[in-house]
Design a protein around this ligand. Sequence first.
Ligand SMILES: Nc1nc2c(ncn2[C@@H]2O[C@H](COP(=O)(O)OP(=O)(O)O)[C@@H](O)[C@H]2O)c(=O)[nH]1
Ligand SMILES: [Mg+2]
Length: 456
Amino acid sequence: MLAETIIAISTPFGQGGIGIVRLSGPRALPVAKKIFRLRRKKWQEVRPREFVLGDICDREKNGLIDEAYLVYFPAPRSYTREDVVEISCHGSPVVMEEVVHLGTKAGARVAHPGEFTLRAYLRGRVDLLQAEAVNDLIAATSLAQAKISLGQVRGGLSRHIGSLRGQIIGLLSLVESTIEFPDDGLGISPQETAGRIEELLQTVRKLIASYQTGRAMTEGLELAIVGRANVGKSTLFNALLDQERAIVSPYPGTTRDYLRERIKIKDSIFHLIDMAGLEDSTDPVEREGVKRGGEMASKADGIVLVLDASRRESPADLRLIERFKPKKMILLFNKADLPRQINRPKCLALNRKSRWLEVSALTGKNLETLRKAIYDDFAPKEDGHAEVLLHLRQKLLFEQIATCLEEALNLLRVGYSEEVLAEEIRQTLPLIGQLTGEIRVDEVIDSIFTRFCVGK
Ligand SMILES: Nc1nc2c(ncn2[C@@H]2O[C@H](COP(=O)(O)OP(=O)(O)O)[C@@H](O)[C@H]2O)c(=O)[nH]1
Ligand SMILES: [Mg+2]
């Protein structure tokens, strides 16, 4: 497969100022020579990584297709470690498609999604974590996520895992010395071994926990708007969306199912869920909505609990405050445009840790403050240095590593021999190999690279 030369449009589909067609493989330059006529230079004079001007020509039909620039990246100093040629032409889809077509007539094959990066991986320029990060960077929805992904493209996570592997191998060799030379004092005491395993576990658990932040960055967090019927949930939902989506009515029970919409606050994505009023109802359809709503709310990453401040609090209001107390939540006293009837201190006494705000979903009072509060309380924060896992694949492998290490600790505590212990610790190594892609699992590779766009 690597013997073939591939070609693809690397810029997004559609019209643009400039469009780039990329070639990679052993015949990248010969193919380019057939479709590109240099203006002022001879091919021997073309220097690596230098822009040269020319014309894209269809030699058979003797037709001029476009003027363009060409850059040649000879192997191994290229994205794929193969010979790469990039042609920057005018960003017209028909022109770019014709360049690809000419390229295929000249001996290249159209690239599969992610095939350039796949080649970079197969040729050892990047590991699997870096390759995944390339796609994350392209797909980033926030600058914070882009930053994390760039760090990983540049090998941050790989180095972190490399050092973890180094520590594991170091520990293994000590345990093995204890087996081979029990009397020479070269080995390691059980207490010391336990200490080192604990340390490794800490690193691994931190990475596993970071997946929560990672998922929030890639997929956005879910925020459920909960409260009794008629307190103004749908009005608030619409106001935060800046558009009418939910039906608002003075009659309780209008929202029977739920609505889910994406909003962006600064650089973070949230999925707002508007649902039926959470309280007992006699209407069977409504009851089903209430049940489902309750389940969704308990699964959500955060809760926006709405109370109607223009009425006295009801036992159902107080029950809701209690019920969602364990979750991250913002308490809203809505309808602040009307005279206040609710006993605010009584409500707040039930939950002192959550932030609260007076708002009016109808007039928009304090909604900007609410947006800011949502961002401050719920948005994932990157702390600059820590590594963040953005993929379930990575998290699951780290969980298996943690299980091996925990098992090793157990074996140590109940006094198993060093041989058994070493065997358990050694099982983490192939897992690390799968993480970095040193151990190649075809289905995993396929599923990673097919998510890429063509041309990357
Ligand atoms: N005065 C006032 N009325 C509001 C406010 N928010 C909602 N309402 C009204 O309260 C009623 C119920 O609103 P709705 O959003 O359907 O409540 P939901 O059942 O919680 O979704 C409607 O008549 C709204 O116009 C507010 O901030 N101030
Ligand atoms: Mg509603």
